[in-house]
Structure formats: structure tokens, C-alpha cells
Design a binder for this molecule. Structure first.
Ligand SMILES: [Cu+2]
Length: 205
């Protein structure tokens, strides 16, 4: 009896920190700035153990390579330029870079837009940017840029991606059970992740 009780207490101690943390879902629905036409959305799924899954889906964009990042403020009031969102979210005063290398928390990477104007960019396990804790990006802004992010590690590296063509605010959404199952399967079988997630024309990092 005593052994059983200790076993239960030990199990509870191990499981409690995980059980108390839920999977958190968020979305950012891009709206074009100024005369731009690009639209799209970014989905975030934050799992307490695996980290953050980020999925950027773009359409009606100019073919080419476009930087995307989380910027400091969820302020979309500058409809012409998107600059009210501030610079890249950088709580640790880091130099610029791109996922998955050393970088600012808000630094991500590039969406490759095909001739049909569509592009997809997925980060499978971003452990630096989260929807919880110290580096929570809920309520912050996200920007889709006109040009390629060159990922150069300098404090001024942010400027390479050029003007801001679309912006959005990251907000919490209702969990998507079907998508969560797919992402969990991808986390558990990284080698087949692209196939599991059905990414045909897109980048998975
Ligand atoms: Cu940016």
C-alpha cells in the first residue's frame, strides 16, 4: 500500500509539469499594406515539449524570395507601410540571423513564392519563439517583406528584406485537432515530416 502511494506520488510529480501545460494555437491573418495585393496566414502550434510549429501560407505574392519575421508590436495602424509594428522582436538584444541558426527571437526566414504567386514556409521546431513564457509572441506583429532576408549576422541585417508588403497580429485561436495530430506525427518522425504535412511546393526547416 505504502509503495503504491509513493509510486502514485512520484508519477504525479513527473507528470504534473507537462499535464498543466496545454498545446496553444494561434493565427496571424496577413493583410496587404498600401497598394500591395499579397494575402495569407501564419499558423502557430506551441507544444510544451516539442516547441513551436510555424506554418506560413502565402498567395497573390510576387514570385521570388520574401523574408518573414515577427516584429515587436501588434500595431497595424500604419496601413501604408506596416512600420507601426516596429523592428524584429528581440528581447535578448541579439544580432540578426535566420531560423534555425543564432538569431533574434522574431527572426524567421524566407518564403519562396512560385510563379503562381503561392508559397509555403514551415518551421518544425522553433524552441526560441513561443506562445508562452518569456518569449511569448502572442499579440505581436508579423511582417511579409518584399525582398529576401540575407540572414547576415549583423545588427543592421534587418534591412535586407526591404519594404513591408503585408502585416498581421498574432492572436490565439481555437485548437485544430486534425492539424495537431499531423504536426505531432511530424515532430515524432522528422525524416518524413514534409510528407506527413503534405508540403509539396514549400520549405520545411
Ligand atoms: Cu521583418
Amino acid at each position: 500500500m505504502a509503495v503504491n502511494m509513493y509510486t502514485i506520488l512520484a508519477l504525479a510529480a513527473v507528470l504534473a509539469p507537462v499535464a498543466s501545460q496545454e498545446t496553444i494555437h494561434a493565427r496571424c491573418t496577413l493583410e496587404p499594406t498600401g497598394d500591395n495585393r499579397v494575402i495569407g496566414y501564419v499558423d502557430f502550434i506551441d507544444h510544451p515539449l516539442y516547441g513551436l510549429y510555424v506554418d506560413v501560407i502565402i498567395q497573390d505574392a510576387e514570385p521570388g524570395t520574401h523574408g518573414v519575421h515577427v516584429h515587436t508590436y501588434g500595431d497595424l495602424s500604419d496601413k501604408a507601410t506596416g512600420t507601426a509594428t516596429g523592428g524584429h522582436y528581440n528581447p535578448y538584444a541579439e544580432e540578426h540571423g535566420c531560423y534555425p541558426g543564432p538569431r533574434k527571437v522574431g527572426d524567421m526566414g524566407n518564403v519562396i513564392v512560385n510563379a503562381d504567386g503561392k508559397g509555403q514556409y514551415v518551421e518544425l521546431e522553433n524552441s526560441l519563439m513561443r506562445l508562452r513564457g518569456e518569449t511569448n509572441v502572442l499579440g505581436r506583429g508579423l511582417i511579409f517583406h518584399m525582398l529576401e532576408d540575407n540572414c547576415v549576422r549583423t545588427p543592421a541585417g534587418d534591412v535586407s528584406a526591404g519594404p513591408r508588403q503585408a502585416q498581421c497580429v498574432i492572436g490565439r485561436v481555437k485548437p485544430d485537432a486534425a492539424k495537431t495530430r499531423l504536426v505531432l506525427a511530424a515532430w515524432k518522425d522528422r525524416a518524413r515530416a514534409k510528407q506527413i504535412l503534405g508540403i509539396v511546393n514549400g520549405t520545411l526547416l
